[in-house]
Design a binder for this molecule. Sequence first.
Ligand code: EPZ
Length: 416
Amino acid sequence: MDKLLIEGGVRLAGETAISGAKNAALPILCAALLTREPMTFTNVPQLNDIDTLLKLLGQMGVKVSRDNATVTLDASAIDNPVAPYEMVKTMRASILVLGPLVARCGEARVSLPGGCAIGARPVDQHIKGLQAMGAQVTVEHGYVHAVVPRLRGARLFTDMVTVTGTENLMMAACLADGETVIENAAREPEVVDLANCLVAMGARISGAGTDVIRIRGVERLNGATHRIMPDRIETGTYLCAAAATGGEIRLTRTSTAYLDAVVDKLMDAGCDVVAERDAIRLKAPARLTAVNIRTSPYPAFPTDMQAQFMAINAVASGAAMIRETIFENRFMHAVELQRLGADIRIDGNTAVVQGVERLQGATVMATDLRASASLVIAGLVAEGETVIERIYHLDRGYERLEEKLAALGARVRRVA
Ligand code: EPZ
């Protein structure tokens, strides 16, 4: 398995470009299942998760063609509305084919994603919503099996804010008979990007980005072209890397538009952040001030940036509290950061981080996507060499990571 070797101690400087958002591309590529006409997507990030989803769509009968960041999907003939365990277990967001398949084919058989490192991550809200729309749903032998001649519009209320739950139900509602209202909907920008794509296909959606989304079902959707929004979590990750190393960088093809909570925290930590039209500049102080973090659904501080800020706080001056309110087990990076010398105490869903002057390089292990990013940031500031194992986690969500870090002056290389 590949490893990443990082020589710490370099202040990041320079410029690199941000890729399309993984968490927008995944639901948006699934939206192609809703129409018989071809769909073209641009600014699609080249990531393992995207490759996995395209393979999954291909085995359903979707014709897939790809030219770098441009993907064309033709779902005119879906002959196998099934998402098998072998594929779903490697990429839980495969659950996003469930809503579109039921809406388009009247049937779907999708493997339950199962848990993952950060939590149980059930899909009960996805199922509850489809049942409310008239689908007969059974869960047997590890598969969700949904059948309905045609979904009907309904008033849906999710027990908690769920991003992919909102996305699945919004896609399903596009072809339902009548109006669907999703209350307590997720307001994440990726939900809005998906809604914009669906509207371009002829869907009738209002309220995306608020906690009440209305969808008036139509008979069919047309093909369209859609450009995937920039990845705000990739953006935040590089901003944190520059902040932790006392660097000065510029990120292009992105914006602070959906990062207010993160940018506020970076400024509280002592960074200067300047927003340009489609770029961001950050200049960090020699040493950051520790900042308290509490994760919450958008527009509050994103859980996907929690691990990166734990790395920041590990070397900042002062102590800080980090509260993780979304997932039940999203502190696995803490024990790995402790191997690098971080002073972190975990108590349930709260971590108290006491900043230290210096981290020491060591061998550490990535456990999940954002935890891996946290270890990269720590490795960039640690004294000496840090070896990060199991970096396949990183490859799921960060396109050309070592190339982009090298463009910012980092001493990083991948070894098999
Ligand atoms: C999405 O996951 C993102 N993934 C996650 O990003 C992100 O961390 C998460 O939203 C929260 O923002 C994609 O968009 C592909 P949820 P999702 O449903 O939709 C519980 C990354 O690093 N829940 O909003 O799976 C759930 O257990 C990934 O890029 C239920 O109980 O998250 C969690 O505690 C990690 N039942 C909470 O709700 C359900 O039916 C929020 O989960 C659905 C969710």
